[in-house]
Write a protein that binds this ligand. Structure first.
Ligand code: V47
Length: 366
């Protein structure tokens, strides 16, 4: 294997990773400039093994998207609708209650709640969604609302970001998802999602959450108009943010799905690009405990291979995912525990069922 990496011209990067050292932005650019996916994957695997050994994590989870009505017009999004438009919906608290209750028999560890910025719903609704879910399943980790939603809630309530987070924590919030980061490039932001947060604002909200003991994730949306330099800048900003707070748990690179969006003419990222993104993220983000290959977005086949290219987590059982399926994802709506264990075992990794904070779930055998 050393021979293959030597031939790729990336051996100095491999040596740094093996020594547990950080690589520079320029090293990251060299990885993007290389087409030697085997060498890049091996370097990522070296980092992965240092951090996570052969463990590959999965969880039993549920997604709830309370509303798809959104005041923003992000060009990459197929999920949102305008109020009154065909397909627009907002769930009553009763519907949300029902969605949680119908899965009470399953050992769900995490409920992931995100939606649109719906101006017709009052501030209290967003808080009550969390409270309702927590009342029914107090033991479950509630991973709710992206930084973009926190900023929106602050705007409609007149409260500060910190006060909004306090209200959500009092209602039962445990962790926050990594969405809404998109690409931390002012150029891309102006073109694709101009109403969203700047990098500094997105990071600031996560830092406030971290200071309150709320662990959060981070994402990057790739495969549209971003350049390799913009990808590297995004990763470097996240790495610096993590150096400050240490509160990020997982990084999730998200491939742009073009169907039903205003950028539908763009092609879907290839498997090659997906594996490169996962690998380079793992190599650059030496201070992130986990890299997730989100199977709903990648498809099960690439998510499985990604476990040998730096990823150590495939997310979970999911059920009723909307954001990617509206944008043309052909993935199933759910995976069973057995399916997840089998696909991990086949790669030679150890399947570890986890809770939201990556504690191992040890199942008692009767
Ligand atoms: O912020 C929206 C992306 C994100 C499209 O934290 C799209 O564990 C591709 O963040 N094609 C939301 N991507 C999803 C998300 C997430 C998913 C799974 C796990 C976690 C976690 C977080 O989805 C948005 C945006 O970047 N997105 N539309 C699209 N057409």
């Amino acid at each position: 294997m050393d021979f293959i990496i030597r031939q790729s011209g990336l051996f100095d990067i491999y040596e740094k990773v093996q020594a547990g050292q950080r690589i520079s932005a320029e090293d990251g650019m060299r990885l993007f400039d290389s087409n030697d996916i085997v060498a890049i994957g091996k370097i990522a695997d070296a980092r992965r093994v240092r951090i996570n050994g052969r463990n590959a994590y999965f969880t039993m989870n549920q997604h709830i998207n309370p509303t798809n009505v959104c005041r923003n017009d992000c060009l990459f999004c197929a999920f949102y609708r305008k109020d009154g438009e065909e397909g627009a919906y907002r769930m009553s608290l009763q519907t949300i209650r029902h969605k949680v209750e119908e899965r009470l028999a399953e050992n769900i560890r995490e409920i992931h709640i995100v939606g649109g910025l719906d101006e017709q719903l009052p501030y209290q609704y967003y808080i009550d969604v969390v409270r309702t879910v927590k009342e029914i399943r107090p033991e479950v980790n509630i991973k709710a609302y992206t930084a973009v939603e926190i900023a929106f809630l602050s705007e409609i309530s007149g409260k500060s970001w910190a006060e909004v987070l306090n209200d959500l924590i009092a209602a039962g919030l445990n962790t926050m998802p990594g969405g809404g980061a998109e690409v931390f490039s002012p150029r891309v932001m102006r073109k694709l999602f101009m109403d969203k947060l700047t990098a500094a604002q997105w990071i600031e909200i996560h830092h406030i959450a971290h200071s309150k003991g709320i662990r959060t994730n981070a994402t990057m949306l790739y495969g549209h108009i971003e350049t390799n330099r913009e990808r590297i800048d995004h990763l470097i900003q996240l790495r610096e943010a993590q150096d400050i707070s240490g509160g990020f748990l997982t990084f999730i690179p998200l491939a742009f799905h073009p169907e039903n969006t205003r950028m539908h003419k763009l092609p879907l990222a290839t498997g090659f690009t997906d594996l490169k993104m996962i690998s380079i993220s793992r190599i650059m983000l030496d201070n992130f405990p986990h890299i997730k290959a989100y199977w709903v977005m990648l498809g099960v086949n690439i998510a499985q291979i990604a476990l040998s290219f730096g990823a150590d987590d495939i997310d979970g059982s999911v059920v009723e995912e909307r954001i990617y399926h509206m944008a043309g994802s052909k993935s199933a709506q759910m995976m069973t525990k057995k399916q997840m264990q089998n696909l991990i075992s086949e790669t030679g990794h150890i399947p570890v069922e986890r809770d939201a904070l990556y504690n191992e779930i040890v199942t008692q055998v009767a």
